[in-house]
Design a protein around this ligand. Structure first.
Ligand SMILES: C[S@@+](CC[C@H](N)C(=O)[O-])C[C@H]1O[C@@H](n2cnc3c(N)ncnc32)[C@H](O)[C@@H]1O
Length: 190
């Protein structure tokens, strides 16, 4: 499956560890402004830097990742946070038990259809879903490393109400200079 191949290609460098954390800070502020209560799950948390942002803001959060190694690292780096090994494509949460999900730089590695079905099943009514993903990754020469259409993703989340949408670019230096065109969504289960 192409998503798994893509993950194999990138997992060695772990370039995402140098990505900024302000996306998590802004989602935390959004939740707190909306009187957030209950559990937030950070799907594909890796070594837990975003999970720690939510925890520091007083939010009840669990970081989940399919990689045992990442979960072990996260527990060492952030001993005050909760982490658990889980597969986003078959979540272990019970129906309508999670109050919000945070998915940053992860949906391109997943069977999106399965993962969004699982998020919908386990999210409480009124709960929020934050998704931050790449529409396009290009290098300076214009070579396309990765692309996915907005409409493909929007089709899979059509059961949610759109609360916020932003499209912007970010340039990263490693492994060589490249530009991410990012779509960020805040969605709500009605
Ligand atoms: C690009 S990293 C992003 C990590 C983090 N969200 C960030 O932005 O810093 C993607 C993470 O998703 C995890 N992942 C991949 N497939 C997954 C799955 N099916 N279920 C849960 N996590 C998965 C990987 O192990 C990896 O830690």
């Amino acid at each position: 499956m192409k998503e798994k191949v893509l993950f194999e290609k990138y997992k060695k460098g772990k370039h995402w560890e140098a990505h900024p954390i302000d996306y998590a800070e802004r989602f935390a502020d959004f939740l707190l402004k909306n009187n957030f209560q209950g559990l937030l799950a950070d799907i594909g948390c890796a070594s837990g830097k975003h999970t720690a942002v939510f925890r520091a803001k007083g939010i009840n959060v669990v970081g989940i990742d399919i990689s045992e190694d990442e979960i072990e690292t996260a527990k060492v780096e952030h001993p005050d946070c909760r982490f658990a090994k889980q597969d986003a494509e078959s979540l272990e949460f019970t129906d309508e038990s999670v109050a919000a999900f945070f998915m940053i730089n992860v949906i391109h590695y997943l069977d999106k259809e399965k993962a969004f079905k699982e998020v919908y099943r386990t999210l409480k009514k009124g709960g929020y879903l934050f998704i931050h993903f790449n529409l396009l990754i290009t290098d300076r020469e214009g070579n396309i490393d990765y692309s996915q259409t907005e409409s493909d993703v929007m089709r899979l989340v059509s059961d949610f109400r759109m609360v916020g949408k932003k499209i912007f670019e970010r340039v990263d230096a490693a492994p060589k200079e490249h530009t991410h065109k990012i779509l960020e969504l805040i969605l709500q289960k009605e």
